[in-house]
Design a protein around this ligand. Structure first.
Ligand code: PLP
Length: 375
């Protein structure tokens, strides 16, 4: 039996999203910039999807810039902001997704900004006072994610955005892992930039959005035909955006706390030396990240894969790399323990039986590996 327990990497695409994409590709296949009937019908589908997504997020339709995903949305915000700023300080959490961390590091080096990485507490949550204590009149940008993709820990974005707004510091909130997992109101948050991705909620892969608050100055990301109010040129991905709106329209919160809790309870009962990261602070309800001492995370992952369980070790987006998780390291977990870590992220289809079956399999594999190592 196959069990997909890697929802933070991506979710299965929902049927409603597939239907909406098919419908748009078939019946609205004109270019939304064309003035004839075919263009107008594509434009209607795009505008309708834009309005639905904006409504859901409680922001103005005109503040949405559609992108090829969360990575591009983050890149657009960072380049858009830093390339226009005078030389200054950039304050970023050390647990951001690579699409934020690498991009900010790159542009800081290229443009001569000074990068300040702020580490979270041991539990994976950023202390808002520590973060805000780094902000000053020389700060030209700040960035803190809404929820972490590896630990699932929810970050104090409200306090950070308020502090940034007070000091007129442009702030990016990466909302990719928060959408669909917590009740969020992007309008109320009031950050200058907020990024989201469709495939983390059952929409298509390769579609995302950057919410740019009205009045925010931001360098053009892609020049050409002037689409997306001149911010990102290129013929819009009408089926993709329609699929995104359709997935949002039926969004059910990943209310998987009971499943996750029974998984963690049984895991600790069966292997008392396991450490669960971030379990004493608010996390999204579907995520569990833990360290199994003495085991290599990649080996566990491969053994679980053979048994039909799809999970992640470290950050799924950078899997394939052997570097230990930068998130766990920023939380003070040593490199060795980081390499012995796995992330399980449940979806709505899962039951306690799936969670318990995973623990049984982990116990079996650990026993087997220890036996093979002669321990
Ligand atoms: N930001 C976070 C927090 C993520 O978890 C991811 C993907 O895992 C991204 C950004 C990138 O999104 P996309 O895969 O749509 O490029």
């Amino acid at each position: 039996m196959q069990r997909y327990l890697d929802y933070n990497a991506t979710c299965p695409t929902l049927d409603v999203a597939l239907d909406a994409m098919h419908e748009a590709a078939k019946h609205a296949s004109g270019n939304p910039s064309s003035m004839h009937w075919a263009g107008r019908s594509a434009r209607r589908v795009l505008d309708d999807a834009r309005d639905k997504i904006a409504d859901y997020l409680n922001v103005e339709s005109g503040s949405l810039v559609f992108t090829s995903g969360g990575t591009e949305a983050n890149n657009m915000a960072i380049f858009g902001c830093l390339s226009m700023a005078k030389k200054g300080k950039v304050v970023v959490s050390a647990i951001e997704h690579p699409s934020v961390l690498q991009t900010i590091t790159y542009w800081c080096e290229r443009l001569g900004h000074e990068l300040h990485l702020v580490r979270p507490q041991k539990n994976g949550q950023m202390n808002a006072d520590t973060f805000c204590g780094q902000l000053d009149e020389n700060t030209v940008m700040a960035s803190l994610m809404w929820a972490n993709n590896e630990s699932g820990v929810i970050q104090p974005v409200q306090q950070v955005v308020q502090a940034c707004n007070k000091l007129s510091i442009p702030v990016l909130v990466d909302g990719v892992q928060a959408l669909g997992k917590i009740k969020l109101d992007a309008g109320e948050l009031g950050a200058d930039f907020i990024s989201f991705s469709a495939h983390k909620i059952g929409g298509p892969k390769g579609v995302g959005v950057l919410v740019v608050r009205r009045g925010v100055q931001c360098e053009t990301w892609a020049l050409g035909g002037g689409q997306e109010r001149g911010r990102r040129s290129g013929t819009e991905n009408v089926p993709g955006v329609a699929g995104f709106a359709a997935a949002l329209g039926v969004l059910n919160y990943m209310d998987t706390e009971a499943v996750r809790d029974s998984f963690e309870e049984k895991l600790l009962a069966s292997m008392p030396d396991v450490t669960i990261h971030g379990s004493d602070v608010e996390r999204v309800a579907n995520t569990s990240m833990f360290t199994v001492p003495g085991m290599d995370g990649e080996t566990l992952l491969m053994q679980l894969d053979l048994a039909g369980f799809a999970v992640a070790s470290g950050s799924a987006c950078s899997s394939g790399k052997r570097e230990p998780s930068h998130v766990l390291q920023a939380m003070g977990v040593d490199a060795h323990a980081s390499r012995s870590s796995l992330r399980v992220s449940f979806g709505l289809e899962h039951t306690e039986n799936d969670a318990l079956a995973l623990v049984d399999e982990l116990v079996r594999i650990r026993g087997l590996l220890k036996h093979m190592a002669g321990l």
